[in-house]
Write a protein that binds this ligand. Structure first.
Ligand SMILES: Nc1ncnc2c1ncn2[C@@H]1O[C@H](COP(=O)(O)OP(=O)(O)OP(=O)(O)O)[C@@H](O)[C@H]1O
Ligand SMILES: [Mg+2]
Length: 262
């Protein structure tokens, strides 16, 4: 039998392993939607995501292993590189462009119509962390780990990008390599690279603030309901970190919005 090599990176999923040129991941409630998404991406020929090859004899999903560079912890210096960040934004844009025609298939959670900005109309990735992005030659070439995929608008997807690649959080809460990044400048670069129009761009800050509030509630609820990695993250203070980010977004709302407009 081929050796199973544990793959570490994320906070939640245990038991992710590499077997030869494949990755095996445990199934969960989210898996039917994830599989719908991955099959759609294969049908349309999108090259920036793993392919779903099936389910193995242990009931795990089998995905293609995507070769390249993925950030571990602590994040390497290159996560702070502007051109890398912009390449992630372009990859997200390409992904969203091909996801749009699929709309909201069965299994997507009910659309949240609260909050500012356009109502979600398609399934986005929603978790563009450095640990979930594969690079080759300094460019983002694929996004993995679709476990959090769900209804989004473009503005919401960009808001997720800004969290990880725009350093949109208080300096003390950032990973060391992100401490020197100018969040307003980097935010503008990421939004431009994704290519939001002027109306959407004006919604980015309010949407980021709304999603922070929603994510505080969702993380609390998942910690209570699902335990495991969610409870551990909550106990380690992820809720307080989100609260600090909300305060930072409120304080810097005008500067961030000015930079996006300029
Ligand atoms: N298809 C793949 N191709 C290449 N590398 C992969 C692939 N799937 C996973 N990896 C590597 O394994 C790590 C962990 O995988 P993954 O992101 O799927 O699970 P996780 O991060 O543990 O889960 P979660 O993000 O839900 O907590 C990734 O950061 C990446 O380095
Ligand atoms: Mg992950």
């Amino acid at each position: 039998m081929t050796e199973e090599i544990p793959l570490l990176g994320g906070d939640v999923t245990e038991g992710v392993v590499r077997v030869g040129e494949t990755v095996r991941r445990p199934l969960g409630d989210h898996s039917p939607l994830v599989h719908t998404v991955l099959r759609h991406l294969e049908v349309v020929g999108f090259d920036g995501a793993p392919r779903l090859l099936g389910i193995d004899e242990q009931g795990r999903e089998i995905l293609t292993f995507v070769d390249g560079e993925v950030a571990g912890r602590p994040w390497p210096e290159w996560v702070a590189d502007e051109e890398r960040a912009c390449s992630v934004a372009r990859l997200a844009r390409r992904l969203d462009d091909v996801m749009l025609p699929l709309g909201l298939p069965d299994g997507a959670e009910p659309v949240d119509t609260q909050g500012p900005g356009p109502v979600p109309t398609f399934v986005g990735h929603r978790d563009f962390t450095p640990e979930n992005t594969v690079f080759r030659d300094g460019q983002a070439v694929a996004v993995i780990d679709f476990d959090l995929a769900g209804p989004v608008s473009r503005v919401q997807e960009v808001s997720n990008l800004l969290l990880w690649w725009g350093a949109w959080m208080p300096v003390p809460d950032r990973e060391p390599v992100m401490q020197e990044v100018d969040a307003a400048d980097r935010g503008r670069a990421v939004v431009r690279a994704y290519g939001l129009d002027a109306t959407e761009t004006a919604q980015v800050v309010p949407v980021a603030r709304y999603l922070a509030e929603r994510s505080w509630r969702r993380m609390r609820d998942r910690a209570r309901r699902d335990g495991g990695g969610w409870a551990r993250m909550w106990d380690e203070g992820v809720g307080d970190k989100i609260r600090r980010r909300q305060a930072w977004l409120a304080e810097n709302a005008e500067d961030l919005a000015d930079a996006l407009r300029s």
